[in-house]
Design a protein around this ligand. Structure first.
Ligand SMILES: NC(=O)c1ccc[n+]([C@@H]2O[C@H](COP(=O)([O-])OP(=O)(O)OC[C@H]3O[C@@H](n4cnc5c(N)ncnc54)[C@H](OP(=O)(O)O)[C@@H]3O)[C@@H](O)[C@H]2O)c1
Length: 316
């Protein structure tokens, strides 16, 4: 008889959930079995997870009944929403409601909610230092996740709140990597001043989540922040320069300038960096490096991540 505990993993075909699936599969004696949730079990990434040994099931965050079915019989669930697919905090809240209800109905013993700060606790809407976005948010993709925390607690779902960090992978595919300026020099443009930006290898997010499931439901109710390093823009530029084999200059712009860069979500990200800059002590303190390493002993620091992925960073 298979007495492994099933972990239902939302976002299994993505960065966070994928890290958790691989962390479980990498350790056959873990006592856990990954159930990968996806909207399309026939998609190549989903099929690959099945080939590696995950159970692949169909579920959609917008379809509550599909989540309840996918959570049934599981011990725990990893819950994440993808703001960047729709840019709607209201939709994230609705998806989080579906997740919390499904977790309650399935009687799960341990849930991880991938969350972020509700920045309005630091910057109320009437605070003019940054614009209010989408009517009632300062950093929409943070605020909705933080606002959703109570959806799990008020339903009595035993939940660990995982405070994630900026992925260094954003330097590869999210358009935040160094850009070549008119002078031909690569510039890392961030509105962080001389403050530290907690960062992590995206897949280590899921690998830390594995450490939380391993530690067990005793961690329910706790808020756990993770990061693989806290680096200033200058420190990241220096390390990027070494990895890319050419100078990378840190250009500290104002949040106003960043918000005006014109790409989709620039205003949200400008406010986000301003929040991280202006409340840097609070933001860094909860993202404890030693704690993250205890959860995931193979946690990558920035140099390690660069050695593995630096060659994927576009130099344009
Ligand atoms: N970029 C960063 O630096 C950063 C840092 C911290 C937190 N975050 C947060 O991370 C979240 C995204 O997580 P990620 O980076 O792991 O995602 P990702 O790699 O972009 O992949 C998105 C995942 O979400 C799943 N998904 C999306 N909509 C779904 C739906 N309606 N029903 C079921 N599954 C759905 C997709 O599954 P299928 O396509 O297979 O259905 C896929 O596995 C965002 O909300 C973002 O705010 C990002």
């Amino acid at each position: 008889m298979d007495d492994r505990k099933t972990i239902a993993i939302v976002g299994a075909t993505g960065a966070q959930g994928g890290g958790l699936v691989r962390a479980i599969l990498d350790e056959p004696g873990s006592g856990f079995h990954p159930r990968a949730l996806t909207r399309d079990p026939d998609a190549p990434k989903a099929r690959e997870l099945g080939r590696l040994g995950a159970e692949v099931v169909a579920a959609d965050l917008d379809d509550a009944a599909s989540l309840t079915r996918a959570f049934r019989g599981a011990h725990g669930a990893y819950c994440v929403t993808n703001f960047w697919e729709h840019f709607s905090p209201e939709r994230e809240l609705s998806q989080a409601t579906n997740l919390a209800e499904a977790a309650q109905e399935a009687g799960l013993q341990h849930v991880i909610w991938s969350t972020l700060e509700d920045t309005r606790r630091w910057v109320p809407l009437e605070d003019q230092r940054m614009p209010t976005l989408q009517g009632r948010y300062k950093v929409p993709h943070f605020d909705a996740k933080g606002e959703a925390d109570h959806l799990f607690t008020e339903r009595g779902v035993p939940t660990t709140f995982l405070l994630t960090s900026f992925y260094w992978d954003n330097f590869i595919g999210f358009g935040l990597g160094p850009k070549r300026g008119a002078d031909g020099v690569l510039a890392l443009v961030l509105p962080m001043g001389d403050k530290k930006l907690p960062g992590i290898a995206a897949e280590d997010t899921g690998r830390c989540a594995y450490g939380i499931f391993n530690a067990g439901p005793d961690l329910a109710g706790q808020r756990i922040g993770i990061a693989g390093g806290h680096l200033t823009g200058e420190e990241m530029a220096q390390a990027l320069g070494r990895a890319l084999g050419e100078e990378v200059r840190y250009t500290a712009v104002s949040p106003e300038t960043f918000r005006g860069l014109g790409f989709p979500g620039a205003d949200d990200l400008g406010n986000m960096f301003q929040f991280k800059r202006d409340f840097n002590d609070d933001y860094c303190r909860v993202r404890d490096l030693a704690g993250a390493r205890r959860l995931n002993p193979a946690l990558q620091d920035f140099e390690t991540w660069l050695a593995r992925h630096g060659n994927q960073i576009p130099k344009s």
